[in-house]
Design a binder for this molecule. Sequence first.
Ligand SMILES: C[C@](O)(CO)[C@H](O)COP(=O)(O)OP(=O)(O)OC[C@H]1O[C@@H](n2ccc(N)nc2=O)[C@H](O)[C@@H]1O
Ligand SMILES: Nc1ncnc2c1ncn2[C@@H]1O[C@H](COP(=O)(O)OP(=O)(O)OP(=O)(O)O)[C@@H](O)[C@H]1O
Length: 308
Amino acid sequence: MSSLHELAHAKINLYLHVTGRREDGYHLLDSLAVFAGAADELRLTRDAGLGGEVKLRIEGTFAPGLQDDQADNLIVRAGRLLREHVGADAAARLPDVGIVLRKELPVASGIGGGSADAAAALRLLMDVWNLSIPHDRFMALATRLGADVPVCVAQRAARMEGIGEELSDAPGLPPCGMMLVNCGQSVSTPQVFRARSPVFTPRADLPARWDTLADMVRDLSAQTNDLEAAACAICPEIADVLAALRNAPGCRLARMSGSGATCFALFDSPAAAQAAQAAVRQGKWWVWAGDLYRGGARQASAAAPLHA
Ligand SMILES: C[C@](O)(CO)[C@H](O)COP(=O)(O)OP(=O)(O)OC[C@H]1O[C@@H](n2ccc(N)nc2=O)[C@H](O)[C@@H]1O
Ligand SMILES: Nc1ncnc2c1ncn2[C@@H]1O[C@H](COP(=O)(O)OP(=O)(O)OP(=O)(O)O)[C@@H](O)[C@H]1O
């Protein structure tokens, strides 16, 4: 088996309109997702057996929040889904794999960390198990793991519609910097959807590209995150985070991502975002600053050393 690793970048919703609700309770969305440099890392290790079992080890800053119930981890579930897809006979011939997850993104925090991990696991396992699944079928499998997983497969900026699985090109993005702040409280996505305002927001009107950050901020200011008020009611510290970001020197726009609690702010450059970190940092808040991740999904690397 070759040695492989993948980065699972944080997904940030620059705006999020709830445009409707399906019969099954899922909400219809219009959202612009981008990816930040902040990431978890998945590293494949050798394992001796056959049967396609995924054995997970979790380390890193946010590992303690995820140690219980590893069978339910989205990485293990991604493996289970692929095994089911290929069927019992083929699955019996798949090599077992170990995956070491370095968890550096806060858990249940609106930046799709679990979804990004699931997508990275799908990319790794497709590669190491040498599977070939037609694109539409593969994306349907990804959606079964979570509404945010399809956009995380390519981890490229995209407009998300439907329940999140209908992806189209994002406007061209200008140079900018980003800060992410999480107050340390997990927020449950279903709870936030349940508590949202019942009013629907129309689909946004977006240009093909933004040449400057000022242009992008002007247009984003006219959009909303329709889950922000509900998340703030559940976790009032989100309002403190937003106030701190808006007061930070050089902040051009601050908003909550996804269902919270993580909020983002846009700056003129990664250096400007990094320079403003000290003004925002307080208590147990997790703060990250840097550039957007603009690279798309990396091909699995054969150069990384094996852990085990
Ligand atoms: C809020 C976002 O992060 C925006 O990108 C996503 O819509 C959430 O994506 P996710 O965490 O992958 O969500 P899932 O794991 O599929 O769903 C969790 C729960 O969120 C609610 N949910 C999620 C997505 C959606 N379009 N409508 C919903 O109502 C449902 O109650 C669902 O049971
Ligand atoms: N590898 C994983 N990383 C993080 N959470 C995971 C993972 N596997 C399973 N989970 C579970 O999934 C839930 C959502 O976690 P995640 O970090 O993706 O939330 P989120 O950032 O709010 O996502 P989204 O922005 O997609 O709503 C958590 O309750 C967590 O226990």
